[in-house]
Design a protein around this ligand. Structure first.
Ligand code: BYC
Length: 317
């Protein structure tokens, strides 16, 4: 007991001195579990996050926008793969993680349970959802776990491109015909509140935050990041002539931040419990894709076995 205590103290001091924890280093079991939870939820979010956007690939309004959207969705698949690999360095089994997603046991970001009903939603998702993702993930580049922080550096570079893609789409629509501007405003109206929910519960209702901040897994709190995102995004909306759908949104001279209205936390908890508008549709689509990809996994395994056998025979000869 005494020994564990001193190991934990040494671990904390090592983290406090801004060192990175690497896979073979000693770490408290709860640190490992928290990271597996957060990294796998993040990986699942990237994978499920492809679905609302993939919905528009065949209907993109130009070849240029189709190419950009395709590239963005492929980037998200790549992010999911780096993140599953980062979780594996902590001893997690990828197959278990994927099964937990497919059975509905694992969480993934609430935002991907909302429908994408017009092309303007591709703008709003890129601008707001990727914008929120960047706000959250820039701080994760400095997370204390080495493999996660390194994965985040690359992911953030790609996310910045995604955010630009979204803002450009919104800018074009907002300066187009009155119908196009109305489409952009409608998308902003529907995506604003779910986007600010992405940062998670308020700090006082966030069960994991205190410990994760102490271990420097998280470097900024949910509320701090939400406020940063709002402060950065409101002027962007003003610049393109769109209105944030929050009558209580107001610049506060004293705090130097925007005050904003009450978030519908009941909606947030319903969505993360599985009762959002598209939860069932998203899980059905992931299960279908997984089943249809079974032959690829079988073929890859058969090839790996054959190669291993060939190598063994080669060494024997
Ligand atoms: N949705 O104690 P808390 C992307 C859960 S991918 C669902 O504050 P924590 C993108 C939370 O996990 C976006 N669940 O938790 C992809 C916890 O669950 P448990 C995803 C949520 O971990 C494709 C419980 O509620 N980004 O950007 O300290 C295209 C209590 O919360 C949500 C990441 O995953 C939510 N919104 O803080 C475009 C980033 N919020 O304990 C874009 C990495 C909270 O019941 N993750 N929960 O299992 C993080 O930074 C942190 O996990 C969070 C939550 C800030 C999200």
């Amino acid at each position: 007991m005494g020994e564990t205590h001193s190991l934990e103290e040494r671990f904390q001091a090592y983290v406090d001195a801004e060192n990175k924890i690497e896979p073979k280093d000693w770490m408290p079991e709860k640190y490992r579990k928290t990271l597996i939870r957060q990294i796998s939820q993040h990986a699942h979010s990237e994978v499920v996050g492809m679905l609302p956007e993939a919905n528009w690939i065949t209907r993109a309004p130009s070849l240029r926008s189709k190419l950009i959207l395709l590239a963005k969705v492929q980037d998200e698949a790549g992010h999911g793969l780096y993140l599953y690999s980062a979780a594996e360095t902590l001893g997690a089994d990828r197959q278990d993680l994927v099964e937990d997603l497919l059975s509905g046991k694992a969480k993934y970001s609430s935002i991907f349970n909302y429908p994408t009903i017009s092309w303007a939603d591709m703008g709003a998702v890129g601008w707001l959802v990727d914008g929120a993702a960047i706000a959250n993930q820039v701080m994760l580049c400095r997370t204390s776990y080495g493999p996660y922080s390194r994965a985040m550096v690359r992911i953030c570079k790609e996310e910045s491109f995604h955010q630009r893609q979204g803002y450009e789409t919104m800018m074009k629509l907002a300066s187009g015909t009155p119908e196009q501007k109305a489409m952009a405003q409608d998308a902003l109206n529907r995506w604003w509140w779910p986007s600010i929910m992405m940062f998670g519960p308020r700090d006082e209702d966030s069960p994991n935050s205190a410990q994760s901040m102490k271990w420097k897994i998280k470097r900024k709190s949910n509320d701090e990041l939400r406020q940063e995102f709002i402060d950065k995004t409101v002027p962007q909306a003003e610049f393109i002539g769109l209105t944030i759908p929050d009558p209580d949104l107001k610049w506060n001279e004293e705090t130097g931040h925007y005050d904003f209205g009450e978030i519908n936390w009941d909606e947030f908890y319903q969505v993360i419990k599985g009762n959002g508008p598209c939860n069932k549709q998203r899980l059905d689509a992931r299960n279908k894709a997984h089943d249809e990809g079974a032959w690829v996994r079988e073929a890859a395994n058969a090839y790996a076995e054959k190669e291993a056998k060939r190598r063994k025979e080669g060494t024997a000869a």
